[in-house]
Design a protein around this ligand. Structure first.
Ligand code: UPG
Ligand code: MN
Length: 737
């Protein structure tokens, strides 16, 4: 009795961090008030005396206002960070008490997302440490590719060996590739049993055969992808395994939804919505695990960990999803491109204290009911109303009221009628006359479907939780080349800005629906790309004014100098403190700083422009897949901690141009200071470019010192010199007035 009364999960407020954060807010807040006092009084003086040009001063003022606005929004993350612990060992021992789980895995193109990796994810999900008859794995193939279909069939065959083996020997790492080849089997419990050793050898042989089959099958991967195809759904199950001794297997379902060039397919959100509908008719589990094709299950107990919240009667009724962090298996020691995304996960701790983190794409256990919004449907509602929300399928509507009873009969054979219905649910037009993508399922409005979907869920009163256990439950692959990272971040930035510029901007949309702090978190996340404006101003205006001898900041001898110095130093120290208290080294703070600057110079610029064009209807936002294949040389550079500047000049040149502009203005500016002895007046303006030059030393190396293939190509350097010279020249002409 006592055992069942023990809590399944715990939540701890991070008190020390909270106190540091709030003190930091207080001091910086006061300093900012002083800063704005200085700016307004100086501005009125300039207006009167006209002793310096007003335009640069105004621009700097605007950038400081924007920085402050972003800073204020971000304080919400710092208000009340919490951490959570789960106790899966306290879950009911009776397996029948565990609710079923459907696993969704999305893939889109076998030439960019190689089958071997995707199938490893599928296999790791099938082998979850959970009653097998309670798991159904759905693979969405957005390319409608026979390469992926064939690979799925091969995976199904191999899973009949792999899954029982993992269960029998309680294997910890249930993803075959790392298990066999990356030392993932260190924790084998049965290492000294000869039966285990023999069986493992046998399975390894079969795995190698499976790999070979995939390789032969992938020859024409890119040619196999189509944007114009009928739906294909194939349910793989062990209904024909007559042998009753055989262990039960999870169902595996391959789904290629219909795609037609004339119909928008809404990228991953569209794919997930098809899976939600199709699975409702097949297994209809109340909980859904969402995975990207490259995020495999690294700890088989994740479902049990999630159930520690869903079986907790206090939390469960309000809980829409349990989010695990994205962690990565391919991070090098240096993590040059901030691939670990700790910048985001630190914020998620803060959101968890305020009603819950937002969805971070994958690695989450979602409640089906939350996606359907069924909580708000009255029992006596007319069926035609339901059809307006859920589309024309009677069977789908019935499934909602079947209290999560699966449609798949006991023998797990798919009937003709069921087959016909799922084809309808996977058709390209099913969504169009319904609320799918608007109110139901994943929301289509933005290419960051995760952020907008969770914002709407939180606005409906749902909560979410964040759980980051010591052994990562999922491991994915992150970009390991600068341009891949910039492409990914440009998409995220674009999606976030789409939200910021729309009615969904949390500052307005969330009012009255979420707490003010939670609104600030969402708004803080979606306005991240706006950083580009104050960033560009700070990289250009003080520098040009240094050359022109126009002072924009207080003299070193002025008491207000201390205010500026304090804000700068305290912000830097706060960043270092956050990085270090998250368990990282100081070097990470430097890398994060660089990544923020490169992102602001390059992708946030395009993201913001793209979002404005999208708003005006001049450009349509796209989901460009993140590349998951790297060549050996690039991988070597990444491992060694050498930046890779290969990539489109569009992405790289802005970074280099700003760097050159800062070097030029610093060198010429120092000469000017020496000549005219006005260091007191221009100190801050010389310091700003110097700081940028030092932090971004890697750009200098890439342009000047390196000779390898990953350096900045000479043509990009030349282009950047031209852009920098142009900016300096015309900037000086404009700013004088
Ligand atoms: O039309 C599409 C495009 C993408 N995907 C899948 O979506 C997933 C994520 O795509 P990826 O190219 O890996 O993008 P990332 O930037 O790495 O994805 C991050 O950002 C996305 C939002 O932009 C989230 O959905 C992801 O979960 C998150 O990992 C992959 O499994 C893709 O196969 C589709 O199924 N259909
Ligand atoms: Mn990805």
């Amino acid at each position: 009795m006592e055992k069942t009364s023990l809590p399944l999960n715990d939540c701890h407020v991070m008190k020390t961090e909270m106190i540091i954060n709030r003190l930091h807010m207080l001091f910086i807040g006061i300093a900012l008030l002083c800063l704005f006092y200085y700016r307004t009084t100086t501005l009125s003086q300039i207006i009167k005396t006209r002793e310096i040009p007003i335009l640069p001063f105004l621009l700097i003022f605007i950038s400081e206002l924007l920085f402050t606005f972003i800073w204020i929004l971000h304080q919400a993350y710092r208000w009340k960070p919490v951490t959570r612990t789960v106790y899966p060992e306290r879950l009911p021992q009776d397996h029948e008490k565990l609710p079923p789980v459907d696993v969704f895995i999305c893939t889109a193109d076998p030439s960019k997302e190689p089958s071997l990796g995707v199938m490893n994810t599928v296999l790791s999900a099938m082998a979850l440490d959970y009653p097998p008859h309670k798991i159904a794995v759905y693979l969405s193939d957005d390319g409608g590719s026979f390469v992926t279909l064939q690979a799925t069939r091969e995976a199904w065959k191999f899973s009949k060996w792999w899954v029982p083996f993992c269960r029998k020997y309680e294997v910890q790492n249930r993803c075959p590739e790392p298990y066999f080849f990356s030392g993932g089997d260190d924790d084998d419990k049965f290492i000294s049993s000869s039966e285990f050793v023999a069986e493992k050898k046998e399975i390894e042989k079969r795995y190698n055969e499976f790999k070979e089959a995939l390789e032969n099958n992938s020859v024409n991967a890119s040619g196999s992808v189509s944007r114009d195809h009928a739906p294909t759904i194939e349910v793989m199950n062990d209904s024909d395994a007559k042998d009753s001794d055989k262990e039960e297997m999870p169902v595996l379902v391959y789904v290629a939804r219909e795609k037609r060039p004339s119909h928008p397919h809404h990228f991953k959100a569209g794919a997930l919505n098809v899976l939600i509908r199709v699975s409702a008719l097949v297994s209809n589990a109340p909980y859904i695990l969402v995975l990207d094709c490259d995020h495999y299950c690294n700890d088989p107990t994740s479902a049990r960990q999630a159930m520690c919240f869903y079986l907790d009667p206090e939390i469960s009724p309000k809980l829409a999803f349990v989010q695990f962090p994205q962690k990565f298996h391919n991070i090098s020691e240096h993590d040059l491109y901030d691939g670990r995304l700790y910048y985001y996960w630190r914020k998620w701790l803060g959101m968890d204290g305020l009603g819950g983190p937002s969805i971070s794409g994958c690695n989450l256990y979602l409640k089906r009911e939350a996606l359907f919004g069924t909580k708000y449907i009255k029992n006596d509602i007319d069926i035609s109303h339901l059809k307006k929300s859920f589309g024309s399928s009677n069977e789908l509507i019935k499934s909602i009221y079947k209290n999560y009873q699966p449609h798949l009969p006991k023998d797990r054979k798919i009937t003709d009628a069921l087959e016909k219905e799922v084809q309808l649910l996977a058709s390209s037009t099913y969504d169009s006359q319904s609320e799918w993508g608007k109110q139901v399922g994943f929301i289509y409005f933005s290419v960051v479907e995760d952020n907008i979907t969770s914002e709407l869920l939180h606005c409906q009163g749902w909560i979410s939780v964040w759980i980051d256990p010591p052994r990562p439950c999922f491991l994915g692959s992150c970009p390991t080349i600068l341009s891949d990272m910039l492409v990914q971040q440009a998409r995220w930035g674009l999606g976030l800005m789409q939200i910021s510029l729309s009615k969904y901007c949390a500052l307005f949309f969330g009012r009255g629906k979420m707490s003010t702090l939670q609104c600030m978190c969402y708004a803080g996340g979606t306005t991240d790309p706006l950083y580009v404006i104050p960033f560009y101003i700070s990289c250009i205006i003080p520098q040009i004014c240094l050359l022109l001898g126009i002072p924009l900041y207080p003299k070193v001898s002025d008491p207000f100098f201390v205010v500026f110095a304090f804000i700068f130093i305290a912000s830097q120290l706060k960043h270092v403190q956050e990085v270090v208290s998250f368990g990282d080294s100081i070097r990470t703070a430097l890398y994060e700083q660089r990544v923020l600057m490169m992102k602001s110079a390059s992708c946030y610029l395009y993201a913001t422009l793209g979002a404005f064009l999208d708003k005006l209807g001049l450009h349509e936002a796209h989901f460009t897949l993140t590349n998951k294949v790297v060549d050996d040389e690039q991988a070597r550079r990444y491992q060694k901690g050498i930046y890779d500047f290969q990539g489109s000049p569009m992405l790289i040149a802005p970074i280099c141009s700003l760097y050159i502009l800062n070097v030029a203005s610093f060198v010429l500016g120092i000469a000017r200071i020496i000549q005219s002895h006005n260091a007191n007046e221009l100190f801050v303006q010389a310091f700003i470019p110097l700081f940028g030059i030092i932090v971004n030393y890697h750009v200098f190396e890439g342009m000047v010192l390196r000779k390898d293939k990953g350096r900045v190509s000479p043509s990009v350097s030349l282009l950047s010199v031209a852009i920098a010279a142009f900016t300096l020249f015309f900037g000086s002409l404009i700013l004088i007035y």
